[in-house]
Design a protein around this ligand. Sequence first.
Ligand code: OGA
Ligand code: NI
Length: 323
Amino acid sequence: MTTLPVIDLSGDAPASVADRIDDACRRYGFFVVTGHGIDPSLLHRLEHAAREFFERPTVEKAAIAMPLAGTAWRGWFPAGDELTAGVPDGKEGIYFGEELPVDHPRVAAGVPLHGRNLFPAEPADLRPAVVGVMEQLTHLGHRLLSAMALGLGLDPDWFSRGLTAEPTVLFRIFHYPEAGTVDRARWGVAEHTDYGLLTILRQDDVGGLQVCIDEDGWDTWIDVPPVADAFVCNLGDMLERMTGGLYRSTRHRVVAPPRSRLSFPFFFDPSWDAVVEPIPGLGRSDAGECAADGTYGDYLTAKVARVFPHLWDDVGRRYSKGS
Ligand code: OGA
Ligand code: NI
């Protein structure tokens, strides 16, 4: 039975780390990293604060409900609200993004997914823990893409000079209640691929994440068991398209867990205004744009609209009228 490679970022020489990441990206589009340098005490604080938040009464959580953030698309949503492949997920969660002031040009223009985060008053530690972890994960995202650039025969700063000069970063905290507690939900998250470049995910010790890999020509779902102090990394659709399919954006899903589970996915994606194009010289790549709608921002907006259709009714209409 195949298991995903576990790569120690601090243990090996950079060239051999890049080789192992490159191999994992081609084979699975998934790998696990340790030795990543993210402060363990900060992660502990984050998990503790998140657990405390989800245990609070619904009225308290609703004080930071997503509709209150308007176009910024931030805040809490209840279980059953988010759709994957048109099916309600059995999870509740909080969405975060880059903290932007109201006078930022894209915030002022009402561009979706831009603005301020909604943080709960209590537990007060959630805010600094989220902000701190997002900052450290942004750094890790650059580092991993730099290793991938090496593996693809590019300069180590190939991504950070261009496509990810100002990365679009999204962070989410999900709570999957114990199986059977959420109406209509058959899955924690139904099978899907991620949209962007790279997802870096922290999960607690419950498990439930599964990945569909090719085993001797057969689609096979394997578990991604929790590894202490590790992050699970996977590639998104943009990186698959940019590499002409050399690197994979692999389908994955979450089974409804036997007990309450927390996960913390961080999405490290192209700059909002970037036009994503195939990486030259990789053979199979087609000419033209990878994000069919033009910029990465346009593409992402269209994707998110499908995940929260009822929110999009309010927010999207307002946005499309103004642009
Ligand atoms: C996602 C995802 C898995 C998890 O957010 O795209 O696949 O374990 N999450 O929460
Ligand atoms: Ni995913």
